[in-house]
Design a protein around this ligand. Structure first.
Ligand code: B12
Ligand code: SF4
Length: 477
């Protein structure tokens, strides 16, 4: 019998949002066929577009400590394997799923398991998390998790682990992508080249969680990782960096070295890329098929109000056109409902999408994520629509609920104008047109647009319900 310590690392499924949208209102559909259709679409969404492996758990499970065996359990696909007597169960906690994580942790602890909590929410709200954990791990855990595992082996675990510094990303820490069942995901080729962001958009947590300085891994370590991952899975690569072009010279060198490897890849970039012609060409030559860019707002007043100061809105359209010309499709993410927005904003967004021919528009509602500056400001201004003290009241959804009062627009007007905007953009006909005219990854563009046609219909349904309940004085679900 093996004496090794057994550790299980758990990734949770959110109730709605990207894990397969589901209405927030648990009403039984009268139509069985519609119910079946919704369930089938949900399963398809879950299994294709968004089934991205949990990179954090891949990193932690790849940390090698002799005498400790680690297993990943992705609750989006499997049940908790409680037939094994785990010595430690680690749960990754994101804010939108905090109450779900806490319930699970409480249940496991009641059964006698030792539970460790880590992840964004544990870093931002250690006190709230600590009540539900035997071990609380704050911050980036690349170094601290090794200490936890060694302490577990020696029977000396502590209640709390707080790293003194951000981990040194230049060290080689090989990640084992074979720990995942590759059939479940659209790819297991998930790579992060750096962390931290020099900007401070007030609706974002990244500069708080990962710091204001951009830290990078070495080009060699990443090229080796791409080679190693390709041997296991020859599908597309996804670079999860918030802005893969954040450091131009570094990105230029990295993707230049990736050209001979003949991969295809998706990533996330800033629209600055439209003004970096050499890098743009290298991206295209290294197999870049599509990028997500955060446009957020084309209203100068909104960009100003939320500290989104990089890239002037007038330069955005030109940048997008340049990137598409380089044969890279673009997912452009907007937020409607920022503090400078008015009822004229949706028409401007629509014009912008038509003019730039954006391949996949994402029309988000501002989400006051607890722990961000915008959350604190909206709380002070009395504009939050959920209990600010109850951190688990905030949940992930996909444009399905209003969480705050817009500044210049009444709630019913906002919901009506947002719904009209998404109904104009997302139709089956538009999905096909966008798929056909995408400069690359046509099938993915078509699929994304079709999914969004479904998801935004759900958003319209739920928002309408929320408004009718709030007008009739009922609490929302
Ligand atoms: C890729 C990504 C996605 C992908 C894939 C998500 C996935 N399946 O992993 C997609 C596009 C699907 C996505 C969706 C969403 N995302 Co996202 N996403 C990211 C992104 C860009 C990278 C995540 C990543 O892989 N990071 C790399 C790993 C290594 O870092 P990490 O997760 O922080 O893990 C480290 C530590 O936190 C810790 N740790 C993590 N888990 C655990 C567990 C244990 C036991 C321990 C000890 C330690 C530990 O150790 C890790 C190594 O150092 C981050 C931004 C970022 N820079 O991290 C946002 C981010 C995680 N997303 C965020 C949000 C809000 C969302 C959405 C709600 C957006 C939306 N409106 O729908 C959805 C929710 C999806 C869901 N159900 O999880 C927020 C979360 C904020 C928060 N407080 O929880 C982030 C931080 C971005 C932000 N702007 O603030 N996302
Ligand atoms: S939204 Fe993007 S640019 Fe702004 S702080 Fe977050 S990661 Fe940085």
């Amino acid at each position: 019998m093996s004496n090794s310590k057994k550790v299980l690392l758990v990734f949770l499924a959110s109730d709605s949002g990207v894990d397969g949208a589901r209405s927030l209102f648990e009403e039984q559909s009268k139509h069985k066929a519609k119910e079946w259709f919704d369930r089938a679409v949900r399963n398809l969404i879950k299994q294709t577009q968004f089934a991205i492996p949990p990179l954090a758990l891949m990193i932690l499970a790849s940390i090698d400590v002799q005498g400790v065996e680690q297993t990943i359990c992705d609750l989006r696909f499997e049940k908790l394997p409680l037939d094994t007597s785990w010595d430690l169960i680690g749960i990754s906690v994101q804010t939108g799923m905090a109450s779900k994580a806490f319930n699970l942790a409480d249940r496991l602890r009641a059964k006698g398991y030792k539970v460790a909590l880590g992840g964004a929410h544990a870093t931002l709200f250690p006190d709230a998390c600590s009540k539900h954990a035997d071990i609380l791990v704050q911050g980036e855990a690349d170094d601290t998790w090794k200490t936890v595992l060694e302490d577990l082996k020696n029977g000396t675990t502590k209640k709390s682990y707080v790293p003194e510094n951000f981990p040194d990303l230049s060290l080689n820490r090989p990640i084992n992508s074979r720990l995942l069942d590759k059939k479940r995901y659209f790819t297991t080729n998930i790579i992060q080249t750096g962390r931290g962001c020099p900007y401070s958009c007030d609706f974002c947590n990244v500069h708080i969680l990962n710091g204001n300085r951009h830290r990078r891994r070495t080009v060699k370590n990443i090229v080796d990782e791409v080679r190693r991952f390709s041997e296991h899975d020859n599908r597309i690569f996804f670079f999860v960096d918030d802005s893969i072009n954040a450091h131009e010279e570094y990105a230029q060198e990295l993707f230049r070295q990736l050209i001979p490897l003949n991969i295809t890849w998706f990533g996330q970039a800033t629209t600055m890329l439209g003004k970096q012609p050499r890098l743009l060409e290298t991206f295209a030559r290294s197999g870049c098929q599509a990028l997500l860019v955060g446009i957020e707002s084309i209203e100068p007043e909104s960009r100003e109000s939320h500290n989104k100061t990089q890239n002037r809105s007038t330069e955005l359209a030109e940048a997008i056109i340049n990137i598409r010309k380089a044969c890279i499709s673009l997912y452009g993410s907007f937020i409607y409902g920022l503090d400078g927005d008015t009822l004229a904003t949706p028409a401007a967004i629509l014009d912008f999408i038509r003019m730039t021919k954006l391949d996949v528009p994402g029309i988000n509602i501002l989400r006051p994520n607890p722990g961000t500056r915008v959350f604190e400001r909206l709380k002070e201004e009395g504009r939050l629509l959920f209990d600010a003290e109850d951190l688990s009241a905030y949940r992930y959804t996909f444009g399905q609920e209003m969480l705050y009062m817009p500044k210049h627009i009444t709630l019913p007007d906002f919901v009506e104008s947002y719904s009209r905007l998404t109904a104009d953009i997302f139709t089956v006909k538009n999905s096909f047109l966008r798929g056909v005219s995408a400069p690359s990854a046509k099938a993915a563009v078509l699929l994304f647009n079709l999914f969004y046609t479904h998801l935004y219909a759900l958003s319209r349904h739920d928002l309408k319900k929320q408004i009718s309940l709030s007008l009739s004085g009922h609490a929302t679900p």
